[in-house]
Write a protein that binds this ligand. Structure first.
Ligand code: SAM
Length: 270
């Protein structure tokens, strides 16, 4: 077993590890240090363009809560675009990296370490928008945790706030098999990302880096319509789903979906 995998503490049967809280072991210092190599900030910024900035501006958002800050890619982009941003994550290693990435670019990233399942305990006030990006929601393994996290997001939004949450196209992975254009999210060179194991309850992805280090993430394969249904059930009134940043797409084609869930009450849905 690779040393890095041992440090991620998956135990003797890694495919049995299906636990929401385990993300803290997975994003250990070693993997966090590698994360920016994996996503390559410059290429990622180029590939997604102003998609999120435009969505937020169109809705008049000013105060944004980044609940899955990671190493700070979106927090920093939004600060630079003039938004007021608070940056949360459950992983202290990720937040330390995000703070340092911000500092190097001349920004103070306002960080709060918090788990989504009890977000309201530590994050007070209301936001125009919440972003949960980079296929992060997939770390929740039970329906109860997913509902609780979405309810916490909903409660933290203003009455007309918006949640922007993305995910891998797991429907395609489960039904057709894995293929990735590798264009939008993981833009780093010479890094291989692929699912080593997939079943209805687990997608275990392997990340091989040029220095021969290997890391894994165990994630729950969220189906697109299931996530849309949960968003509606916690109270979001209108949910638009983009495929690789486009409004129209063939179901199996996109690598990633982006859900834009609006809280404003819609009379036409009565
Ligand atoms: N948004 C960043 C990006 O796109 O590069 C990071 C994405 S990374 C795949 C997922 C992030 O979600 C990690 O930083 C992890 O610590 C965080 N995370 C996962 N489950 C969480 C939870 N229950 N509460 C808070 N943060 C969580």
């Amino acid at each position: 077993m690779a040393a890095t995998q041992q440090e991620q503490e998956f135990g003797s049967d890694p495919t049995a590890c299906r636990d929401t809280g385990h993300y803290k072991h997975e994003y250990n210092e070693g993997f966090v240090d590698k994360w920016d190599e994996l996503i390559d900030w410059e290429s990622r910024a180029k590939s997604e363009g102003d998609f999120f900035i435009d969505l937020l501006r169109e809705r008049g958002a000013k105060k944004v809560l980044d609940v899955a800050t990671g190493t700070g890619f979106h927090s920093v982009r939004l600060i630079e675009a003039g938004f007021e941003v608070v940056s949360c994550d459950g992983s202290p290693e990720m937040l330390a990296k995000a703070f340092e990435n911000g500092r190097q670019r001349g920004h103070i990233v306002r960080t709060v370490q918090v788990d989504w399942r009890w977000l309201n305990r530590d994050v007070h006030g209301h936001y125009d928008a919440i972003i949960c990006l980079g296929n992060s929601f997939t770390h929740l393994f039970s329906e109860n945790d997913r509902r609780k996290a979405l309810a916490e997001f909903y409660a933290t939004l203003k009455h007309d706030g918006v949640l922007i949450l993305d995910q891998r196209n797991y429907d395609a992975i489960l039904d057709v098999g894995y293929s990735s254009k590798h264009t939008y999210y993981y833009c780093g060179d010479n890094i291989s990302v692929y699912p080593e194991h997939v079943d209805d309850g687990l997608a275990r992805f392997k990340y091989d880096f040029p220095d021969k280090s290997t890391y894994y993430l165990n994630m729950f394969p969220l189906r697109k319509d299931y996530v849309r249904r949960l968003l509606g059930e916690v109270g979001f009134q209108h949910i638009e789903t983009y495929g690789d940043f486009q409004e129209t797409y063939r179901e199996a084609e996109p690598d990633f979906f982006v859900h834009v869930a609006e809280k404003s009450y819609r009379e036409d849905l009565e």
